[in-house]
Design a protein around this ligand. Structure first.
Ligand code: SF4
Ligand code: SF4
Length: 369
């Protein structure tokens, strides 16, 4: 397999209003698309759900309407958790094609497959539906994005590896040996079944750059490469990985990431050992292992900005800043505070990190309220 490339994840795009995911800053997004294309990359990843369901349409305007269809690839994802019957597969796929303004997907994925949602996928025969789309040429490659442990992945691959092409996996050096996320075990299973891997969360939603100063120092001592570069190189160096997605939010971030992949250097065994050590160090400093994907927010009827509160909690545990308390008040003024959690547990199944969100919100409320 060729070296991996940088993929443009359209899930953390620049926003005009930081509190409104649907307010994508189209001017900046277009600049990012232009820069990314100029650098010779071509892979865009979106989903029905990203940016309050506006990501696909933003991609249509910034990319599809401005570049020839054969100059880029688009991966999109069916919203598994919204499926209520077999016909919904087609309903959502048609909506996705229309929102993007395209006739076919380069990659079509079932979004966020895990123990909670696999039953929906099976009941509504989504894999069979994808297979038919591939036969018709509406999807060039098919697969699923995965957020669970290796045992379920093995069951799915055992059953469907002959029809699927790709798995989108959460893979980064912090989760590589983690018992909850099991990145390495999941990666190895994909290799065993000959499945192409698209990496998501190589920087774990920013967690692997917003690290404690003591850990930053150790990176500096080890080399002059940036901390983000290490995370991307780790992901891109693994077997069967064809694309490493980065949810870039600014032109600056994009420039740095493009450079990493233009001069891509695989990590050495020594680098690998160093990064495993850094993973252990970061874990010691991190209170809540949230990837800030935001999926839980949609599930919460109380309108609690869960990832923002977890981010503040982590920052407070690391740095003890007065500003964190002021930010807590700002964030929860229009939305709800952690103490508004009714412990309904509706958000549990969708959490990509399998966190006990309501339990953790009790800790957040105790700290800030
Ligand atoms: S358990 Fe709490 S955070 Fe989760 S959906 Fe219910 S109210 Fe929202
Ligand atoms: S709590 Fe879970 S679902 Fe919510 S943002 Fe964090 S990782 Fe994502």
């Amino acid at each position: 397999m060729k070296d991996s490339i940088l993929g443009f994840g359209a899930m953390r795009l620049p926003q005009i209003d930081a509190a409104n995911p649907a307010s994508i800053n189209m001017d900046e997004f277009k600049q990012m698309v232009d820069y990314y294309m100029e650098q010779g990359f071509d892979y865009f990843d979106t989903s029905y759900a990203y940016h309050g369901e506006r990501s696909e349409n933003a991609l249509k305007k910034a990319l599809v309407e401005r570049y020839p269809r054969d100059s880029f690839r688009i991966a999109d994802k069916i919203p598994t958790w919204l499926l209520t019957c077999e016909d919904d597969n087609e309903k959502y796929v048609n909506m996705m094609l229309e929102r993007l303004g395209i006739e076919y997907f380069d990659v079509l994925l079932i979004h966020n497959v895990n123990k909670a949602f696999i039953n929906l996928v099976e009941e509504f025969k989504t894999f069979d539906y994808l297979k038919k789309l591939k036969e018709k040429g509406i999807a060039k490659k098919i697969g699923f994005s995965y957020h669970d442990k290796a045992d379920l992945l093995e069951e799915i691959l055992e059953k469907y590896s002959d029809i699927i092409d790709v798995v989108q996996l959460q893979l980064n050096y912090m989760d590589w040996a983690d018992q909850r996320v099991q990145s390495k075990k999941c990666h190895d299973l994909c290799v065993k079944y000959g499945i192409e891997i698209i990496v998501m969360e190589p920087i774990k939603g920013g967690t692997l750059v917003n690290i404690a100063d003591s850990v930053k120092e150790q990176f500096k001592e080890y080399s002059d490469k940036s901390i983000a570069e290490w995370a991307l190189r780790f992901a891109g160096s693994q077997e069967n990985v064809s694309v490493v997605l980065s949810g870039m939010g600014s032109v600056e971030q994009m420039k740095e990431n493009c450079e990493t992949f233009q001069n891509f250097e695989k990590i050495t065994k020594e680098d690998h050992r160093f990064l495993m050590k850094m993973a252990r160090e970061i874990k010691k400093t991190l209170a809540i292992d949230c990837s800030y994907c935001g999926y839980c927010v949609k599930e919460c009827e109380e309108n609690i900005p869960i990832p923002d509160l977890f981010n503040l909690y982590n920052s407070e545990k690391l740095y003890s800043l007065v500003a964190n308390f002021a930010n807590y008040t700002t964030i929860t003024t229009d939305k709800a505070p952690a103490s508004a959690c009714t412990q309904c547990r509706s958000c549990i199944d969708i959490c990509t990190q399998q966190l006990d969100i309501p339990e953790l919100l009790i800790d957040v409320a105790e700290l800030f309220e």
